[in-house]
Structure formats: structure tokens, C-alpha cells
Write a protein that binds this ligand. Structure first.
Ligand code: GDG
Length: 737
């Protein structure tokens, strides 16, 4: 059986020290439930903070805690009071939480918080290292542990790491404000699979990866130098059957077994059939839009006076992070608003808002869900919002109306709810009216669709899907790694090289022999490169061919005096050592005047881009442009060009951040073939990094050693990670003589 580790800020159980005994109570949160199925399937352990400060625990109790937790397959991460101050209340909840929920005005950038965050992520890593033996997969949860994936990956690259973010991932414009944005991105990219609740969060993340780190992405895959990372949306579900069945069971209880809350609701509300109950449940958090909701409810009472005394809002606000100032402020605001509305509208036999500031037992929650006619859920931002789903699941008679903010991740699946903009009190007030007046048939119709969907994609399915995807990434990675040059492959290449008497080495330049520079004119050859190439070309058994898309003037200035063969413009021109440039093929050039104005239009609209004119091609460069915009414009441009060039014998090449239009039939592969046809070579090497080099890999004889730089799919036989690996390989060949 596979062994896995689950890691989250908190363990899925609550600990209480009662004199000498330690009491544990499982927590009822969604993540804990979802993980139950994973628990059954794998031999797993859960690592997290048990909720007690280290100072509260003496060595004797520590041993007891460990024993109790061990029985539950849990491992504690012990944090000091200072740790929780800086890491939990500090960076997690005063920096990441507000920023990721678009509350930039509440976001605090404090260096000590950041240091505390790094330190605690390291503490988690240390505990992981103590339990990693035999572990094949790790699933890390949420925004408290954004650095942990990379900390683990560095030490244990072979362990598959999944990371799931339970809160929104903000757009680039918000995320870029974080002083430690690079560290956070790199930390997350330590994972092999990164999951979000919705596609929107996923695309924001990918956009940040492209803009901040410059990695190439293909749909939902990120190609790091040495690894492929997959990003995907997994909308978290709930334990539907549990909520639904428990609601049925509680309803069927005999009068004497009924919960007090049920009896109270029956006594005060359910006797009056015209009285509508509206429910609101959240942690008391500024992201949940509680003041907006109250103002909209107040406005509803003002706008639709006919419903006064006929509607009651039951509002449960669960205390949360109350040491953080913003949470204290929101509490005062809510208290004040409730007081104001009740003061304004109450009568002797009616209180508009029943307000509870505490948490209730799970059974009471079910009673509230089941008895209320309307759920009013209006977050300003919410990663998912499970309360909305739980409400629908608990409506056993199929009646009930959900009013849901379009800013909650859950709207993507709950489109049959009445969706509102949480900042629009007019719309919310009207939605309440619509909900009150909605015919029962319509309520049932909408809910039936919602219930079916929630039952199918439940939390168990969510967890299983995530794990399946993680396995899948492993297969994708293995495919790209299968061809990576390792010791035995290298030994074989060396053997072939040693045996050969007539060798030819086709080497692409940019991205293969040198790293990419934002400005291509800065990618000049360095001394070490000249030395390697000179040594190779001085060997009489070798012919060195630099084969590139560069223009012949640049190549002349860099390598004109060298003993290498140069092929420029993807195979238009050839220059043998000591000779002049010659055209490999005769071509026409008159098409340029037709294409150029179109390209200029793209330069005008895309800052940072420019046109390079080569003898037989035009190139639009977008390396210096905003990566997102450049990428979109390149797609547009290719699309436009495709119809424009149909009357000419031209083709469009897409290279690394370039779109090149050139005469068709000219490519590196054709040029190379012409060269090797002239002589018998018993060792042929071809190395390149981009799309244009694929022609070379395809055309060279099957026995050739073809190498792609970058761990991506290719026609080449082998891969290496970066241009430095190419240099190492060439230096190894130099030593062989
Ligand atoms: C984060 C994201 C995302 C609430 N009051 C009581 C109680 N609850 C339970 C509910 C529900 C859970 O707490 C709240 O979950 P939410 O999803 O609504 O919100 P967050 O706590 O902010 O959770 C959120 C979630 O992670 C999962 O990924 O959906 O967007 O912010 O399950 O039932 N449970 C009990 N008593 C209460 O008084 N027993």
C-alpha cells in the first residue's frame, strides 16, 4: 500500500489538556472529511499544529500528546507562542489572507512576519523529513504552507508533492504587490500538482508564473528547467450524504429527542406559515461580506415594508482570529449594525435579526440549514464557500432558496442559485424578495439540479480526483525524463564518438550554447564557449556546424574567422571556414513588402516588440513584451498571417518568443541533410532548444545523437535541462579527443 503524508496548518482534531489527561475530538471541517477516503486507501499520516502553544506543553504532556496523536495517525508540529504570532496571526492572516482576498488596504508587509513564516515552514519541513521514509506522495494544504513544497522538493526530488490552495489566488495585479512574491511562487512550484477551487484562480496563478518567472506554459502545464508542474481546478465538494442523511434523521426524531434549537424554531417560527426564515452562517471574517448583507437586509425592510414582521434573519457569526485588529473592527461594525436594524424595526412580537456570535454544534447547524427558507450568503471574496453547499444538501424536502454571491468560488457549480453582486444592495434586496416569492415548484426544480451535482462531485470524489491527477503528473514527468541523458546514455554517446573518424556536430546557438537574453544582441559568445568550440574544431576528425536562425552578419562578426561551418537564417545561407557566404537555395524576396505593414501594426500595439529583417525572412520578436500580451498577440498574428500568406510559398515558424515568416521549404533539417549528403559521417550530433530545431531532429538519420535542451516533448532522442548541460557535454567530448 502506498504511503502518503497529509500536511495542513491544523491537525484534523482538537486537543484539550484536562489536568493529566489529553482529550481529542475530531474536527468536522471539510478537509478532514475529504481526507477520510484517502486515509482508508493509503497508509497515511497527518502532520499539523495541534492548536496548543509549545509553552503550554511540558515534556511529560508532550509524550502523552504524541501517544494520543499517534493512535490517530497524526504527528504534531510544535509551535511557540511567538511562532503563532508571527506565522499564523502575522504573515498568514495579516498578509496572505487579506491580499489573496483582494483586501489590499488590510494587507501588512512586515519583515518579521515574513521571517516567522519562513521559520515555521521550515519547522514543518523538519517534521516531514522525520517521517518521510517510505513516503511516495505528499499532499500539502493551504496558504499557511506556501513555501513547504519547495523545501521538501529540494531534499526529496523523487517524492510526488500535491498542493491545494483553499482560498482564491489573486490576479497578477494584486499578487505583484507582495514584496516576497518570487519566494512564494518558487515555494509553490516545488509541488508537482497545484490545485485550486476554480479555473479563474488557476489562470491567475499561471499568469503570475509567466510574468514573474518567465516559464513557458502549455494549457495547464508549467515547464520548469528540470520538471513539469501541472496546475488544475478541483472544486471542493462536501460529504453530501452525511449532511442529507443526518438532516433526514434529525427530522424524524420523536418530540422528546428533538434538539432544543429545533423545538425553539418550531415554537417561535414554524407556527406562522407566512414567516420566512433567512439564514446566514460564516466565520466572522471581513471577506464574508457580513456588513453588506446586513445593510442590504436593512434596505430590504425599508424598500419592501409589506414583509416587515414576516421575515427573520438568523445570523450565526463564528468567532475567528479575534486577536487580529481587523477582526475586532468587523465585530464592532456587525454588533452596531445588528443593534441599529433591530432598534429601528423591532416590534413587541418581532425581532428582525437573531444574532449568535459563537459556534454551534454540528447537529444545530443541520437544524438551521433544514428549517430556513432562504440562505443568504454574500461574501466579498471566498475561495469556495462550503456553507452554500451544505445548505442545499440539508434541504430534505427540496424546498429552500440559496442567494449566493458571485464572488464565491461555489457559484461556478451552483448557477441555479440566485446570484448577486455582494456590493449591490439593491440587487440583494430584490433577490430576497424574489426568494420569498419563488413558487415551491421552482425551488424544488432548482434544488434538484443542485443536489444531484453536489451528490455526484462530493468531497470524496474531490480528494480521489486530486490524487489521481498527482499520479498522472508522475506519468507525464516520467515520459519527459525517460530521455534525459544519464550516465549509461552518456557512456554510449562517448563510445560512439570515440569510435568515429568522421564526425559532424550541428549546434544551434541561442538557448543551446548560450542562455536567452531579453535583447538578442546581448547574447554574445563568451571566452569559455569560444574555447570549447575551438578545441572541438581543431580536432581533424570533427566538423563543427553552427546552425541558427541568426542573420549572417551577426554570425560573421562572432565566428567569421573561425574554423566552423556556419548556417544562418534557418538554412538559407552557408559559410564554410575561410570561404564566403553562399545561398543554399535560391529564393524570392518580394513578399516582404506585403507582410511588413502587418507586422508593424503588431509592433505598434505591443510595447517591447520589434521586427528583425533578415535576407529571406521577417521576424517579430516579443521577448521584451509583457509575457501575457506577447503570447496573445503571437496567437493573433499567426492567425492573421495564415490567411495572408496563402498565395505565397511562405511558412510561419514559431521560435522562442519569436514569430518568423520565411520562404517555405527552408529549414535547418533540409540544410543539414544537404551537408551530410556530401560525405560519409559515422557520428552525427544535433543539439537545439526550440521548435525550429525539430526539423533538424526529424531529418537527421535515425542513428544520429539528437538532443533537445529543455524537458519537453520532442523528436530528439534525448533531453538535457539547460545550455550549461550542453557545454558540459561538449567539454566531455573535447577531453575524448
Ligand atoms: C476556507 C475558505 C473554502 C461554520 N460554522 C460552524 C461550522 N462551520 C463549518 C461549516 C463549513 C465550514 O465551517 C466553513 O467553510 P467555508 O467554506 O464556508 O469557509 P472557510 O472557513 O473560510 O474556509 C473557503 C474552504 O476553506 C474549503 O476549501 O470553501 O472559501 O475560506 O463546513 O459547516 N461548523 C460547526 N459549527 C459552527 O458554528 N460545527
Amino acid at each position: 500500500m502506498d504511503k502518503i503524508l497529509i500536511i495542513s496548518n491544523r491537525l484534523p482534531l482538537q486537543l484539550k489538556i484536562d489536568k493529566d489527561t489529553i482529550n481529542v475530538k475530531p474536527s468536522v471541517g471539510g478537509v478532514a472529511t475529504g481526507m477520510k477516503s484517502i486515509y482508508k486507501q493509503y497508509e497515511s499520516k497527518w502532520i499539523g499544529w495541534p492548536g496548543l502553544d509549545k509553552e503550554q506543553i511540558n515534556p511529560d504532556t508532550e509524550k502523552k500528546i504524541n501517544d494520543v496523536l499517534e493512535k490517530e495517525n497524526c504527528v504534531p508540529v510544535l509551535l511557540t507562542h511567538k511562532d503563532t504570532e508571527l506565522f499564523y496571526y502575522g504573515f498568514s492572516n495579516r498578509t496572505i489572507w487579506p491580499l489573496f482576498h483582494y483586501f489590499t488596504q488590510f494587507t501588512e508587509y512586515v519583515n518579521d512576519f515574513w521571517k516567522g513564516y519562513i521559520e515555521v515552514n521550515r519547522k514543518y519541513a523538519e517534521v516531514v523529513f522525520q517521517h518521510i521514509e517510505g513516503i511516495s506522495k505528499i499532499w500539502i494544504h493551504d496558504y499557511h504552507l506556501l513555501l513547504l513544497p519547495a523545501l521538501i522538493k529540494e531534499r526529496y526530488p523523487e517524492v510526488m508533492i500535491g498542493f491545494f490552495l483553499h482560498i482564491p489566488f489573486p490576479s497578477y495585479e494584486i499578487f505583484r504587490g507582495l514584496p516576497w512574491r518570487m519566494e512564494i511562487m518558487k515555494g509553490m512550484l516545488g509541488a508537482d500538482l497545484i490545485g485550486f477551487h476554480t479555473y479563474d484562480y488557476e489562470r491567475h496563478f499561471i499568469s503570475c508564473v509567466r510574468r514573474l518567472l518567465g516559464y513557458e506554459t502549455t494549457i495547464n502545464q508549467i515547464n520548469l528547467e528540470n520538471r513539469i508542474v501541472k496546475v488544475d481546478a478541483f472544486p471542493m465538494g462536501i460529504d453530501y450524504d452525511k449532511f442529507h442523511n443526518d438532516a433526514i434523521q434529525q427530522q424524524q426524531r420523536s418530540v422528546k429527542d428533538k434538539l432544543k434549537i429545533r423545538k425553539d424554531i418550531e415554537q417561535y417560527f414554524l407556527t406562522d406559515h407566512e414567516r420566512k426564515l433567512v439564514l446566514s452562517i460564516d466565520r466572522l471574517d471581513y471577506s464574508k461580506g457580513i456588513p453588506n448583507r446586513l445593510r442590504a437586509f436593512e434596505y430590504f425592510l425599508y424598500k419592501y415594508p409589506q414583509y416587515r414582521e414576516k421575515i427573520t434573519l438568523i445570523m450565526l457569526a463564528v468567532p475567528s482570529r479575534d486577536v487580529v485588529e481587523q477582526y475586532q473592527l468587523i465585530k464592532s461594525e456587525v454588533d452596531e449594525l445588528v443593534g441599529r436594524i433591530n432598534g429601528q424595526y423591532s416590534s413587541i412580537n418581532w425581532t428582525p435579526i437573531w444574532y449568535f456570535y459563537r459556534s454551534l454544534p454540528y447537529e444545530s447547524l443541520i437544524e438551521l440549514y433544514n428549517s430556513c427558507d432562504i440562505a443568504l450568503i454574500t461574501p466579498i471574496r471566498d475561495g469556495m464557500n462550503l456553507v452554500a453547499k451544505e445548505y442545499i444538501a440539508s434541504k430534505t424536502d427540496g424546498k429552500g432558496v440559496l442567494i449566493l454571491s458571485e464572488m464565491a468560488g461555489a457559484t461556478k457549480e451552483l448557477s441555479e442559485a440566485i446570484l448577486i453582486n455582494p456590493n449591490n444592495k439593491e440587487e440583494i434586496a430584490d433577490a430576497i424578495k424574489q426568494a420569498i416569492e419563488m413558487p415551491v415548484e421552482e425551488q424544488k426544480e432548482r434544488n434538484a439540479i443542485l443536489q444531484k451535482r453536489l451528490q455526484r462531485y462530493n468531497v470524496e470524489k474531490w480528494a480521489q480526483d486530486f490524487m489521481k491527477s498527482l499520479d498522472n503528473v508522475k506519468v507525464i514527468q516520467a515520459r519527459s525524463l525517460a530521455k534525459k541523458i544519464n550516465e549509461p546514455i552518456l557512456a554510449d554517446i562517448k563510445k560512439q564518438y570515440n569510435k568515429a573518424t568522421n564526425r559532424i556536430l550541428f549546434l544551434d546557438y541561442d538557448g543551446t550554447l548560450v542562455g536567452f537574453k531579453k535583447d538578442p544582441s546581448h547574447a554574445v559568445p563568451d571566452e569559455a564557449l569560444y574555447k570549447t568550440l575551438d578545441q572541438l574544431s581543431e580536432n581533424s576528425r570533427n566538423e563543427i556546424v553552427l546552425i541558427s536562425g541568426r542573420d549572417k552578419e551577426t554570425f560573421t562578426s562572432w565566428f567569421g574567422e573561425k574554423k566552423y561551418t556556419l548556417i544562418a537564417e534557418h538554412g538559407v545561407w552557408i559559410k564554410r571556414a575561410g570561404e564566403e557566404w553562399q545561398l543554399i537555395e535560391q529564393m524570392q524576396n518580394d513578399w516582404k513588402e506585403l507582410i511588413r505593414p502587418g507586422l508593424e501594426f503588431y509592433v505598434d500595439r505591443t510595447p517591447g516588440t520589434f521586427i528583425e529583417e533578415k535576407n529571406y525572412s521577417l521576424v517579430w520578436h516579443y521577448r521584451k513584451a509583457d509575457p501575457e500580451l506577447g503570447w496573445h498577440r503571437a496567437i493573433e498574428l499567426k492567425d492573421e498571417l495564415t490567411s495572408l500568406i496563402s498565395n505565397y510559398s511562405l511558412e510561419i515558424l514559431e521560435g522562442n518568443k519569436v514569430v518568423e515568416i520565411k520562404n517555405s521549404g527552408i529549414n535547418k533539417g533540409r540544410a543539414a541533410i544537404k551537408l551530410i549528403a556530401k560525405k560519409h559521417y559515422d557520428f552525427i550530433l544535433g543539439i537545439g532548444d526550440d521548435w525550429t530545431d525539430e526539423y533538424l531532429f526529424e531529418e537527421l538519420p535515425k542513428s544520429s545523437v539528437t538532443i533537445k535542451v529543455g524537458l519537453v516533448n520532442t523528436h530528439a532522442r534525448f533531453n538535457v535541462e539547460t545550455f550549461s548541460d550542453v557545454r558540459d557535454l561538449l567539454n566531455t567530448l573535447v577531453k575524448l579527443g
